[in-house]
Design a protein around this ligand. Structure first.
Ligand code: GDP
Ligand code: IMO
Ligand code: MG
Length: 434
């Protein structure tokens, strides 16, 4: 067995922690970057050389020409969105086709998965999840129900027949929910129009390197190649440990790396957990430290907290250490990566939630029913640093108040902060003793 390990980078909150930025930053230390979960619901942003790139299905190492990027079996591929990403990278002078490998076991998102996603949400009324409507829930449902269609199936003779069977199944499911299929659109198009685009994109997808990536990854690992697994979504959106049912439909935690890439648990190395210096959430569901005041607005406006995939405004709040500690435990985080701390540069006071008050009792764990309305966060206040930190390159030069805040996070979680990110740009990243 090889001594060489796969490192993991994933989100510890409700997503959008800045995973794309850190993966891009860390890529120079790795040979292969591999996505293991999620699909086009993800929106990972990279900024360097004055350019901004949004990625959804393609791993965030793609802008490094000499690195291989793997779309693992745990990922969902939507051909149109995939080809749009390819085109956007090509327009910017990148050649993604040369360094991309796609698992033949990754499942496809069909146009009717997206219609069904919209129908499911509509049927839930006030209890809707706030899905990105990319078809994630229905496509993973089909996978688990053993009726899904995989990328490798596009080369099979009976592909069209299987597609039509799935489509008929989905249309029936929409009808059973009490809707007519034509009530819903896919990316503002009728089903028929979108299907044409989808099949055209599928033909282009066929020309990519589609293979059994579990063999590729394990053999590269044996050869001593360095591999970084890139998570999508985050722990509090995990299908098991997130704020169910307001979650996504995949395993977003470190456990998902083994099943989503086909590597053994003994091959896991360091686990980098990203967290913002505050919290955000997009979509519905409990958010104990959510702010509804001017401070919350300030976090939103200074942090440009609008979704990369849907453009929706993100909800904002103080950093929740109870949730963060839970996420560190579930994932086995070895290193914390603290993102967007510059967003709080102007704040006179910053707060950390160390406990919740529930029915008059203080608790420091995530209760079975994470009912934010019944829970009051218990905060410790820290003085703000009130100076701009975006151009600081050295941890020791950070303001003393910020170091106290970071130290408090380290003490409460018991995990070292190995990286502090002080702007969206790749260069504005402080790396500590990694
Ligand atoms: P991801 O889904 O975890 O990759 O994160 P997103 O890309 O959805 O959202 C993070 C946003 O914050 C993006 O717009 C990034 O460019 C931006 N960002 C990342 N790190 C920093 C940082 O340290 N400071 C600031 N101000 N913005 C950051
Ligand atoms: P990245 O990788 C933030 C949220 C949606 C919704 C719930 C379910 O960019 O961090 P889905 O479309 O999966 O059925 O939506 O999960 N969600 C995300 N929120 N960042 C993401 O990805 C997300 N992916 C899904 O808003 O509440
Ligand atoms: Mg995102």
């Amino acid at each position: 067995m090889t001594e060489n390990k796969v490192d993991i980078l994933l989100g510890l909150q409700w997503g959008d922690e800045g995973k794309g930025k850190v993966v891009d930053f860390l890529s120079e230390n790795y040979d292969i970057i591999a996505r293991f979960n999620g699909g086009p619901n993800a929106g990972h942003t990279l900024e360097f050389n004055g350019m901004k790139h949004a990625l959804h299905i393609i791993p965030s190492g793609i802008c490094h020409k000499d690195k291989k990027n793997v779309i693992g079996n745990g990922v969902l591929v939507e051909p149109c969105i995939f080809m749009e990403e390819i085109a956007s990278l090509q327009e910017k002078g990148f050649t993604p086709k040369n360094n991309l490998v796609i698992s033949n076991k990754a499942h496809l998102i069909l146009p009717t998965h997206r219609l069904l996603d919209a129908a499911n949400e509509k049927s839930k009324g006030d209890r809707k999840i706030g899905s990105t409507l990319k078809g994630i829930g229905p496509a993973y449902t089909d996978k688990i129900a053993r009726v899904g269609i995989r990328v490798g199936d596009i080369f099979e003779k009976d592909f069209k027949e299987r597609y039509e069977n799935s489509k008929a199944l989905h249309l029936n499911q929409i009808k059973a929910l009490g809707f007519a299929a034509d009530e819903f659109k896919v990316a503002d198009k009728t089903l028929g129009d979108y299907e044409q685009l989808w099949f055209a994109a599928l033909e282009e997808l066929k020309t990519f390197n589609i293979t059994n990536t579990e063999y590729f990854i394990n053999s590269e690992l044996q050869k001593g190649k360095k591999i970084l697994a890139e998570g999508a979504q985050a722990t509090m959106l995990d299908i098991d440990f997130g704020s169910y049912p307001f979650v996504t439909s995949s395993t977003t935690t470190s456990a998902g790396v083994c099943s989503g890439l086909g590597i053994a648990p003994t091959c896991i190395g360091r686990i980098f957990g990203t967290t913002k210096a505050y919290c955000t959430r997009v979509g519905s569901g409990p958010f104990p430290t959510e702010l509804f005041d001017a401070t919350g607005e300030q976090l939103c406006s200074q942090g440009h907290e609008f979704g990369v995939t849907t453009g929706r405004k993100r909800r904002t709040g103080w950093l929740d250490l109870v949730a963060l500690k839970y996420a560190c435990m579930i994932n086995g985080v070895t290193d914390l990566m603290l993102m967007k701390i510059d967003v709080m540069d102007n704040f006179p006071v910053v707060k950390l939630c160390e406990k919740y008050s529930l029915d008059g009792t203080q608790i420091d764990y995530i209760p079975y029913n994470l009912d934010a309305e019944k829970m009051q966060p218990v905060y410790t206040e820290y003085p703000g640093w009130q100076t701009s930190v975006s151009k600081i390159k050295d941890f020791d030069k950070l303001p003393a108040e910020m170091k106290t805040y970071i130290q408090a996070i380290e003490e409460k979680t018991g995990i070292r902060v190995s990286l502090v990110s002080v702007s969206p740009d790749r260069d504005d990243t402080i790396f500590r003793n990694l």
